[in-house]
Design a protein around this ligand. Structure first.
Ligand SMILES: Cc1cc2nc3c(=O)[nH]c(=O)nc-3n(C[C@H](O)[C@H](O)[C@H](O)COP(=O)(O)O)c2cc1C
Length: 202
């Protein structure tokens, strides 16, 4: 598969590990990864994983500050195959839904929508209020994929990483990257005997 250029944005919702493992899966598969971690994304990343945004930036091709609206992802002329916001806070979702492009994450998402490129929002909140739900409907209407951080259990995860990777596999598919040995439901009889499939089994 030709290498894709993908922008990964980590915002301040819980679930920074989804962003970290998305970055690592894309890099392992040979793709070009650009990264933005918001100010609150940095806090949750450090609190939940012990990783710093600076440390994670050493694993990617380019990193940008969320406040730098002169950076390449602020323009639709910068060719990206996909933008994924993982995890995506309700604040960032709301800003995208209403076109309030006052930081680089929202501006890059806005550009993805106007250029008709893939935009995947891995939203995380529980429970949702009606404003969240309406904002999700608005971004879906505009062309985004809303992919909630809702891990599956039918593949019998044994570790947190197994659980997280059930979401990361779906993210890869929706940014246009086929995960190797993708976990596929094969029917109840076959599934209960199968233990060897999936990103997390590599
Ligand atoms: C530990 C922690 C966990 C949070 N979890 C969530 C969450 O799951 N979903 C959410 O929408 N906001 C969550 N927030 C609130 C966001 O960080 C806050 O709304 C922030 O303004 C988001 O900004 P950003 O989208 O620019 O990163 C959390 C904040 C903290 C400190």
């Amino acid at each position: 598969m030709t290498a894709k250029r993908i922008l990964v944005c980590i915002t301040g919702a819980s679930g920074a590990i989804y962003g970290v493992r998305t970055v690592r899966a894309l890099k392992t598969l040979g793709h070009e990864v650009h990264l933005i971690v918001t100010r609150w994304g940095e806090k949750t990343l450090e609190y939940e994983t012990g990783l710093s945004a600076q440390g994670l930036s050493t694993e990617v091709d380019s990193t940008y500050s969320e406040v730098d609206l002169t950076a390449s992802p602020a323009s639709g002329s910068f060719l990206l195959d996909a933008v994924v916001i993982v995890p995506c806070s309700m604040k960032t979702l709301g800003a995208i839904a209403h076109g309030i492009a006052d930081n680089l994450v929202v501006r890059a998402a806005d550009c993805a929508l106007k250029e008709r490129r893939r935009l995947v929002l891995v939203v995380r909140e529980s429970p949702y209020n009606l404003i969240h739900v309406r904002n999700m409907a608005a971004v879906m209407d505009a062309g985004a994929v809303v992919l909630p951080a809702s891990p599956a259990f039918w593949h019998r995860p044994e570790t947190i990483e197994d659980l997280v990777d059930s979401v990361v596999e779906r993210i890869l598919v929706h940014v246009g990257v086929e995960p190797p040995n993708r976990t596929v439901w094969k029917g109840l009889n076959v599934q209960s005997r199968s233990t060897e499939s999936g990103l997390h089994r590599r």
